[in-house]
Design a protein around this ligand. Structure first.
Ligand SMILES: Cc1cc2nc3c(=O)[nH]c(=O)nc-3n(C[C@H](O)[C@H](O)[C@H](O)COP(=O)(O)OP(=O)(O)OC[C@H]3O[C@@H](n4cnc5c(N)ncnc54)[C@H](O)[C@@H]3O)c2cc1C
Length: 467
């Protein structure tokens, strides 16, 4: 038997340390210096942040999503998933552990497809958290459907020229470089006609039109998701990442494993909300009893726990399957499972956080609990890396590949035909039954009346079989 639900003790020790460190140290940083985790640190921040990163390294947990060739620990997806569950509930934690988006994904792209010069210039400082980056794909007229993308890349001698506008490009105003998806050939379909480019932030022609904020964020203090214009942006031929027409292959490099990590971060968020919900239920008395004694509150707690645990197991099983499928392409061999967890995570965060907010009453919606901010983030889980519906379509398409249409007019489970097949398969048994019944005719109808008549009849037929 190969089923296993425990973590090896050595890694569990690391996780225990990470949880303590995040809850005691990182949470303090989050409260004292919110909104700075995507900005190159000023000296006053560096004095605290750098030693924290050093401690993470000393525990072998720095940037551990990376392969060993990039200085990571080479952990598989299960270990990464368990770590991300801990990091997910605090926005500073991924930065302190060297795995903050969008930089992690961009680092993986450069590691896979960058030139030696690009790696030397960007990769190491990006991994060190010395500089930040932007992934620029979504456009104002369409995000979920790449066929709507209009930003173009035109080859001009040894250069490419980019023109177009991108929307919700996170971190654009603080990034040292952009990874931009653009249409390099309009003659083929969208999937094969797009390419990915690495564009240094100081390249002439990049304009930040508007630093769009996420709802509830304070202008000037938080991660922005800018509307960016690329106007005749000239970049060298070497800026092309992964070859012409390969933008989607390149994009998958950053999305696949990341979706498992994001899903476990969703578990972390939901669990934090759930813990608050339980504490409140055990602390607050109204109309003569604790909230914990009210049936509706008990239902909210029970449902939340069950939903979190079911989802967590699905994510961990997906992570485990990806680890088993490394030779078959890892996450790309598990498109259905990855789509399922991306899809269900958004619902989990939404439902559990909403219940936690509600059970806290007015305090829950106030700015005196972390819940309101968690609640504001809930819709984003269903949008980044593509809306829930798109993943639902992928999920259904992938699942249906595991099935076939019925061979004829009737479903294979159609009972008349199924009974016929069963009769043919068990013809011998049915013949024996007919012979036995011929020897043991049923009683006349008048014999069947009255309480216990059937038992009396059975007792006459086969006394030993009736107790
Ligand atoms: C916090 C956050 C950070 C982000 N960061 C980045 C970033 O750094 N870089 C970047 O490029 N993008 C980023 N995005 C954008 C994100 O990738 C897009 O929001 C997402 O792909 C959806 O695109 P859209 O917003 O244009 O919505 P649309 O494509 O207009 O979709 C809107 C809605 O239409 C419905 N819909 C869409 N397609 C379908 C379908 N096939 N079937 C049924 N219904 C459908 C869904 O309800 C969907 O939510 C970020 C988004 C958020 C919320």
């Amino acid at each position: 038997m190969g089923w296993e639900f425990s973590t090896d003790p050595e890694y569990q020790e690391k996780l225990d340390w990470a949880r303590r460190f995040v809850e005691e140290e990182v949470s303090a940083l989050e409260l004292a210096a919110p909104h700075h985790h995507h900005t190159p640190p000023e000296p006053w921040l560096r004095a605290v942040v750098d030693p924290m990163k050093k401690e993470v390294r000393a525990h072998g947990l720095w940037a551990c999503h990376l392969g060993p060739e990039l200085g990571g620990a080479g952990y598989g997806q299960v270990k990464l998933a368990l770590l991300n569950e801990i990091l997910g509930a605090w926005s500073w934690a991924p930065t302190i552990f060297g795995c903050q988006g969008p930089d992690t994904g961009n680092a993986e792209i450069i590691a896979h497809y960058g030139t030696d010069e690009q790696k030397a210039e960007y990769l190491s400082p990006l991994l060190e958290g010395e500089l930040f980056s932007c992934f620029s794909m979504t456009e104002p007229q369409g995000g979920a459907d790449p066929r709507q993308f209009c930003t173009t890349a035109r080859r001009d001698g040894d250069e490419w020229i980019l023109n177009g506008e991108k929307y919700f490009s996170s971190n654009a105003d603080k990034a040292s470089f952009f990874i931009v998806m653009a249409v390099s050939s309009a003659d083929v379909d969208a999937v094969r006609g797009m390419s990915m480019f690495l564009v240094p932030a100081d390249t002439p022609g990049i304009q930040i039109l508007r630093p769009t904020m996420y709802m509830g964020e304070i202008p000037g203090e938080e991660l922005t998701h800018a509307h960016v214009r690329y106007a005749d942006v000239r970049i060298p031929a070497t800026a092309l990442l992964g070859g012409e027409g390969n933008a989607f292959v390149v994009a998958q490099t950053r999305l696949g494993g990341g979706r498992v990590h994001h899903s476990m971060r969703a578990v972390g968020v939901a669990t934090r909300a759930y813990d608050m919900m339980c504490e409140r239920a055990l602390s607050r008395t109204t109309q003569g009893s604790l909230l914990a004694d009210k049936a509706e509150v008990q239902d909210a707690i029970g449902r939340s726990w069950t939903e979190i645990q079911s989802y967590r197991l699905l994510v961990l099983q997906t992570a485990w399957q990806i680890d088993q499928a490394v030779d078959r392409g890892g996450h790309s061999a598990l498109r259905a499972e990855v789509a399922a967890i991306k899809n269900a995570g958004a619902r989990l965060v939404h439902d559990v956080v909403e219940r936690a907010v509600h059970i806290h009453g007015a305090l829950g919606v106030s700015n005196e609990m972390p819940l309101a901010q968690m609640w504001q983030m809930a819709p984003a889980f269903g949008l980044w890396d593509g809306p829930t519906e798109v993943h639902a379509h992928t999920l259904a398409r992938q699942l249906l590949k595991r099935h076939s249409p019925a061979p004829g007019l009737w479903p294979t489970a159609w009972l008349p035909a199924a009974r016929q097949r069963a009769a043919e398969k068990l013809a011998g048994m049915l013949a024996a039954k007919a012979a036995w019944e011929a020897e043991h005719p049923p009683p006349a109808p008048d014999e069947l009346g009255g309480i216990g008549a059937w038992q009396r009849y059975r007792a006459r037929q086969a006394p030993a079989a009736v107790s």
